[in-house]
Design a protein. Structure first.
Lengths: 234, 292, 364
């Protein structure tokens, strides 16, 4: 179980997060939605420790990880796929994946690279290509695969659909859905594309100007026209 | 013909040392995006440490290892304490900082050891090899130099291509933030990069000093020649550093042999300017963009 | 009281509001003060003041180049060498006996360095950061070595520099000096007065440039070259102009240095000279002429202090001489790590902040 409580963060005098509280459950996808600048990416970066929180806590299965250094989080089972995908462009596909597996969750079994290639056959075909040469969709698969190499229990994804064709997005989201169920992952999915996100999310949290304005089962959010128009753009 | 052969061989030996030195600069550039203008002074310091040991009758190869270890430690200390505050800041700051460090290291060594020239022993002969009647323009120490540099390069290739540590170091250099998210202790990798580079620089210092005279300024030419060799090959490219070093070594050897030793730096400047104006990222510039 | 104040204001404001007038007044006052101080000083101090003057000229040019135009140059020692050799050759040719010879030599030095400045500045304009640093550093090493190669430049021993004798200077100068300082002009004070006169003129010129359109263009190119180009500023041209101006200053400084040291040899123009100039401008604050003057003061007076300190700590003479470069290196490191804006820059921020603090208190 992944719990964020009263989390606040600021960039200088500007409050980027203001008392954000929500939980994400095992085997479920929790979508974090909202317009540009709502604080979604800041939320993930604060959880990961790249941004220092000014207030509040983050708990992973009861353990307080608010002040845990960024580098230790994968050993606790938390993997963050950042905005912009974050492939290491100069390394090959295999090297990116190997890198992901170097700091896996403590006491977990190593993930064989071949397993990732089973999940993403396209990556297997391009195993020795440098990440720079991959298409957007392939890169997204690579970074998800890389995150999985660390055997996470919690997966944070920042705008995976950005810049990808709808068909590719659907493909990736299907895969994600499958993984969540088979691996019992806790997924926190940050998306500006709320419609796609709500299609695979179980629960949704809507942010506006750093604050939570709605937190409800996905189906409810999708049905709430007023909310959708006000915060989600559709 | 004889002169050409001798000059070429001399150029290769010199080029090998420039290659090693340029590799050190390349390592530091790749990990912290800084050109370490103090690298030459650091190599000079480690060589003096070895000299002190040698004067105390420590065997040559032990002193050599000590120089490596001293370089490793010095590089790590300098990165962690002095360089860390300016990493990621305006590039002017790092340039000025390393230049200041260069002056401090040179001056402190001169104060401690004096400015006079001292002889430095070599583990093997430093006379031209004789084959029958003719003498080939290379010495056993020159051959040793080339072998040692080749071993260093091979070691670095193995480290970076085939080990997990090398993978971590490359990742940390290419994309620090993403690497942190993947669990890499980026700070430690940067320190390690400097430590390794300083150790390689220490090797270069020992190879230059062997069988010759040293004084606190003996590595000073490397400040510019090492830089030029690295830029020639491409600061980002280890292979480029090696090729750049060899090209520069040969060029300088020919200029010194056929034109005049005082024109060598001018020729080097010419080479540098041609590279910077025609192909600024070096001969072996990587085609891939740095970040997408 | 109020009427007196407003009257004074009406008199002073035309001077203080026009930059050129302001600079001229400051320079004049500074020069008069300098003359008084030099006139009352010992021979040793007069030599130091003369040294301070030409270091300040070189530093002034360098600080504008690095601070305003954003181009780091580690080759100004080489440019000083060019100026020194140019001036020396002219003085040698003309005999170096009259004031006219001196001015011809210095003008030649400036002109030659202007040319060199353009030649070096054009490729340098395309470089930045460590690249321009490395290239200019190579220049600093390469240029003095040319003197070793070509015997017309005196080789390793260098060339002697003939300088007019103070007793043979025009009578009106001797009288003027006696009138202002009550002391007869001699060899040492002559060089000091000359240095400070040229320093005052140079700084007025540099200060005006800094405030003018040219200076604004430099700042624009330094701060955001993309926007500057979009605004119609020719990047290369602006940078080359800056480089050339600073080279001319270095040339003048080199010429003066030749006259002061009386010997122009390659050994005087090591990497250390260029790095020393850098230390002066970094300490003073990049972009600030006042800072350059401060830094030059350090360059002139520190070496003796440091050497004395070293000797009293038990070092030998040659060892004590190495204390000075250690200090310069430490200056470079400490300033960058602790106060990158240098003395003048940090002072300005401090004053600005406390002024803001005061106004804040007034409004709340």
């Amino acid at each position: 179980m992944f719990a964020v409580e009263e989390l606040s963060a600021a960039y200088g005098p500007v409050k980027a997060l203001d008392g954000v509280t929500f939980t994400a459950s095992r085997g479920q996808v929790t979508g974090v939605l909202g317009a540009n600048g709502a604080g979604k990416t800041t939320l993930l970066r604060t959880v990961s420790g790249l941004v220092r929180s000014t207030h509040g806590t983050v708990r992973l299965d009861g353990k307080d990880i608010t002040r845990t250094p960024t580098e230790k989080l994968t050993s606790y089972g938390l993997s963050h796929v950042p905005e912009g995908r974050g492939v290491i462009a100069e390394l090959t596909v295999v090297e990116n994946l190997r890198l992901g597996g170097l700091h896996r969750a403590t006491a977990s079994e190593p993930m064989p690279i071949e397993r990732i290639f089973e999940l993403f056959p396209r990556l297997g075909e391009r195993r020795d290509a440098t990440a720079h040469q991959l298409s957007g969709g392939e890169r997204q698969m690579l970074v998800i695969g890389r995150a999985l190499m660390a055997r996470p229990t919690v997966l944070l994804l920042d705008e995976p659909s950005l810049g990808l064709a709808p068909r590719v997005v659907a493909q990736i989201f299907d895969l994600l859905r499958g993984l969540v169920q088979s691996e019992e992952l806790t997924v926190v999915l940050v998306e500006q594309n709320a419609r796609s996100a709500l299609s695979i999310a179980d629960h949704g949290v809507v942010l506006n100007l750093g604050k939570v304005v709605a937190s409800a089962p996905a189906a409810e959010l999708a049905a709430d026209e007023q909310l959708r128009h006000a915060y989600l753009g559709f | 013909m004889q002169q050409f052969l001798d000059t070429t061989l001399g150029g290769l030996v010199l080029g090998a040392v420039y290659a090693a030195f340029a590799l050190a600069l390349c390592l530091i550039w790749r990990s912290t995006r800084i050109v370490n203008f103090a690298q030459a002074a650091m190599a000079m310091v480690t060589t003096y440490i070895a000299l002190s040991l040698l004067n105390a009758d420590v065997p040559y190869w032990l002193a050599f290892l000590a120089a490596l270890a001293a370089g490793f430690g010095l590089g790590a200390l300098i990165e962690r304490v002095i360089i860390r505050p300016v990493e990621g800041k305006a590039e002017l700051n790092a340039v000025i900082l390393t230049l200041g460090l260069f002056m401090v290291l040179n001056g402190l060594t001169a104060i401690t050891f004096g400015v006079q020239h001292r002889g430095f022993p070599a583990p093997v002969g430093t006379n031209a090899i004789e084959v029958g009647d003719t003498s080939i323009g290379i010495t056993p120490f020159g051959i040793l130099t080339i072998v040692v540099v080749a071993l260093v390069m091979a070691g670095l290739v193995v480290l970076f291509r085939f080990t997990d540590l090398g993978l971590r170091m490359r990742a940390a250099a290419f994309n620090g933030e993403v690497s942190r998210l993947l669990g890499v202790r980026v700070g430690r990798m940067l320190t390690l990069g400097w430590a390794l580079a300083a150790a390689v620089g220490a090797v270069a210092g020992m190879l230059i000093a062997g069988g010759d005279l040293v004084n606190p300024a003996f590595m000073d030419p490397f400040v510019i020649y090492g830089f030029i060799a690295a830029v020639l090959g491409g600061l980002d490219s280890p292979l480029g550093s090696v090729i750049g070093g060899l090209i520069l070594g040969l060029s300088l050897s020919y200029v010194t042999g056929y034109v005049g030793e005082h024109l060598a730096p001018l020729v080097a400047l010419g080479i540098l300017m041609v590279v910077l104006l025609v192909r600024p990222s070096g001969l072996f510039a990587a085609a891939a963009a740095r970040r997408v | 009281m109020e009427r007196l104040r407003s009257l004074l204001g009406r008199l002073v404001r035309p001077v203080t509001s026009v930059p050129l007038a302001r600079h001229l007044v400051v320079a004049l006052i500074a020069f008069v003060v300098a003359m008084a101080v030099i006139g009352a000083s010992s021979q040793y101090l007069q030599t130091r003041y003369a040294e301070m003057a030409y270091f300040a000229i070189a530093a002034g040019g360098l600080t504008l180049l690095t601070g305003l135009s954003g181009q780091l140059s580690l080759g100004h020692g080489a440019l000083m060498a060019v100026g020194a050799y140019a001036a020396t050759l002219v003085l040698d040719r003309t005999g170096g006996e009259t004031l006219a010879d001196v001015f011809l030599a210095l003008l030649t030095a400036i002109a030659v360095c202007a040319l060199v400045g353009v030649v070096v500045g054009v490729p340098a304009a395309r470089l930045h950061g460590p690249y321009i640093a490395g290239a200019t550093l190579t220049l600093a090493v390469a240029v003095p070595r040319l003197a070793n190669q070509w015997h017309v430049l005196g080789g390793e021993q260098g060339l002697q520099v003939p300088v007019p004798r103070a007793a043979e200077l025009p009578a009106w100068i001797q009288d003027l000096v006696w009138f202002f300082t009550a002391v007869e002009i001699d060899q040492y004070s002559f060089l000091a007065y000359l240095g400070w006169l040229l320093l005052a003129i140079t700084f007025v010129a540099l200060a005006n440039l800094s405030r003018s359109r040219v200076g604004r263009r430099w700042r624009a190119v330094r701060d955001d070259d993309v926007s500057a180009e979009l605004a119609g500023i020719h990047l290369g041209r602006a940078r080359v102009v800056a480089f050339t101006v600073s080279a001319m200053a270095a040339g003048l400084a080199g010429g003066l240095m030749a006259m002061n040291v009386r010997l122009t040899a390659p050994g005087a123009f090591t990497i250390t000279l260029s790095l020393t100039l850098l230390a002066a401008v970094v300490l003073g604050g990049l972009g600030s002429l006042t800072g350059a003057l401060l830094g030059a003061g350090v360059l002139a007076f520190l070496p003796q202090l440091a050497t004395d300190l070293g000797e009293s700590a038990g070092l030998s003479a040659t060892q004590a001489a190495e204390v000075t470069p250690v200090v310069y290196g430490l200056v470079l490191m400490l300033v960058i790590l602790l106060a990158p804006a240098g003395i003048v820059g940090s002072l300005r921020s401090f004053l600005a902040r406390s002024y803001l603090g005061q106004t804040k208190e007034k409004t709340t």
